[in-house]
Design a protein around this ligand. Structure first.
Ligand SMILES: *[C@@H]1O[C@H](CO)[C@@H](O)[C@H](O)[C@H]1NC(C)=O
Length: 367
C-alpha cells in the first residue's frame, strides 16, 4: 500500500488531473483527464471500485467508510451504503452537482451556481438536507458529524446533521442547534472555521466570533475576551483566535491545544498544527503547545533557519534553508528518524500518518 501511495503521489506531481482520496481503510485514485479510476485497500470500505464507471469524473471524495464521485452525467458511490455510511447514492439526483462535502457518515453534493444541494448517508449525521435552502449559500463547512451553510445575502446560518456537533435536531436540517432560543448573531460572518466537532463563525469586520457544537472541543468560546480578532485556527479539537494587529491570541477547546496563555503571538507569526498541538512560527523562533507527544514540545528544535514547515496528524517536519530536516512529534509517525541529509530537490508530502520525500529525477524514497 505504501508503494502504491508513493506511485500515486508521483503521478500527482506530473498533473493536477490526478485526484487521490483515502479513509482509514482504503485509497481511491482517479484521473480526471482519462476518466479512469483505481482503488485499493479494504474492499468493504471503498477499496474495490472495479465496477465503478468513472467516465467524465470531475470530483472524488471519501468519508470515514465510503467513497463518492461526481461525473458529468451524475455521480457514483461505493463502499457500504445504508443508514450509517453513504456508499449508495442510487436514486440521488446528482446531475449538475459541482462540489462534494462529507461528514464521517454522509455526503452532500452542491451546485453553488444554481443553488441546489442533495445529501445522502446517515440522516443523523448529515445525510438529509431536504429543508436546507441552498439558493443564497456562500460558504459550506463540515465537521465529522454536521454541516453548516452560510448565506451572506440573508445573513443566515443553516445547519444539518448531529445537533450535538453543531448540526440541527430537525431531520432535514434547520437552525443550528446552539442557536435555537438564543440571540447569537452570525449575520456578518466572513468565514466559517470547522473543527472535528464544532464550528466557529468569524466576523472579521467586527473582530468577533460565534461558536457552536461540542463544547469540550471548541463549541463554547465564552471564555474568549479577545477583541479585534483577525484570524481563527484549529487543530480539530482546539481553536486559536488571533488579533494580528495587536499580536495577541487566545485559545479554547480541548486541552490538546486549548491553552496558549504562555505563548507570545507578537510580531510576524504563522500557525501550523497537528491533530493535538500547535506551532507558532516567527522569524528565528518557534513556540509549541498542546499534546507534547504529538508536536506540542519543540524546545529542542532549532528555528534559526526555516524554509518550510510540514505537518501530519502526529508530527511536524521543518526544512531549513539548506533543506536539512528536523522533525518532532510521535515516533513512528514522522516525529523521529528524519535525520538524513539534505532533501534538496525532493518534493515533500504529508499524509495523515507519515511524511514522504520524493525526488522525481532520481527516485529514492525516504521516511
Ligand atoms: C428527511 O427530512 C424530511 C424533512 O424533515 C423528512 O420529511 C424525511 O422523512 C427525511 N428523510 C429521512 C430518510 O429521514
Amino acid at each position: 500500500m505504501a508503494r502504491l501511495l508513493i506511485s500515486s503521489l508521483i503521478l500527482a506531481v506530473h498533473g493536477s488531473e490526478i485526484q487521490v482520496v483515502y479513509n482509514d481503510y482504503s485509497f481511491a485514485m482517479v484521473n480526471l483527464a482519462s476518466g479512469l479510476g483505481e482503488c485499493w485497500g479494504d474492499s468493504r470500505f471503498g477499496g474495490d471500485c472495479s465496477s465503478v464507471d468513472f467516465t467524465g469524473v470531475t470530483k472524488v471524495s471519501a468519508n470515514a467508510r465510503s467513497m463518492a464521485a461526481l461525473t458529468s452525467s451524475g455521480g457514483v458511490c461505493w463502499g457500504p451504503g445504508g443508514l450509517s455510511n453513504g456508499g449508495d447514492c442510487s436514486g440521488v439526483a446528482l446531475s449538475g452537482m459541482k462540489d462534494l462535502y462529507y461528514t464521517d457518515f454522509s455526503f452532500a453534493a452542491v451546485d453553488p451556481v444554481e443553488g441546489r444541494g442533495v445529501c445522502w448517508g446517515n440522516y443523523r449525521y448529515g445525510g438529509n438536507c431536504t429543508t436546507i435552502d441552498f439558493s443564497h449559500v456562500t460558504q459550506i463547512a463540515q465537521n465529522r458529524f454536521a454541516y453548516a451553510a452560510f448565506s451572506a445575502s440573508t445573513g443566515t446560518m443553516q445547519c444539518w446533521g448531529s445537533d450535538r456537533y453543531g448540526g440541527s435536531v430537525a431531520a432535514g436540517g434547520g437552525a443550528c442547534a446552539a442557536f435555537t432560543g438564543t440571540s447569537l448573531d452570525v449575520s456578518g460572518t466572513t468565514q466559517i472555521i470547522a473543527g472535528k466537532s464544532a464550528f466557529v463563525a468569524l466576523n472579521k469586520n467586527a473582530g468577533t466570533i460565534t461558536c457552536w457544537g461540542l463544547s469540550s472541543q471548541g463549541g463554547d468560546c465564552s471564555s474568549v475576551t479577545l477583541t479585534g480578532i483577525t484570524d481563527v485556527y484549529t487543530n480539530g479539537v482546539a481553536f486559536l483566535a488571533l488579533n494580528k494587529n495587536t499580536g495577541s491570541g487566545q485559545c479554547w477547546g480541548n486541552t490538546a491545544g486549548g491553552d496558549c496563555s504562555a505563548i507570545d503571538f507578537s510580531g510576524e507569526v504563522q500557525i501550523f498544527s497537528t491533530q493535538s498541538a500547535f506551532l507558532a512560527l516567527k522569524p528565528g523562533s518557534g513556540q509549541c503547545w498542546g499534546n507534547t507527544a504529538e508536536g506540542g514540545d519543540c524546545s529542542s528544535v532549532d528555528f534559526s533557519s526555516v524554509s518550510r514547515i510540514y505537518s501530519n496528524s502526529f508530527a511536524f517536519l521543518l526544512l531549513d534553508d539548506a533543506k536539512l530536516p528536523q522533525c518532532w512529534g510521535r515516533s513512528g509517525y514522522g516525529g523521529d528518524g528524519c535525520s538524513s541529509g539534505s532533501l534538496q530537490g525532493f518534493n515533500i508530502y504529508a499524509t495523515s500518518r507519515a511524511f514522504a520525500a520524493i525526488n522525481t529525477v532520481q527516485p529514492r524514497d525516504f521516511r
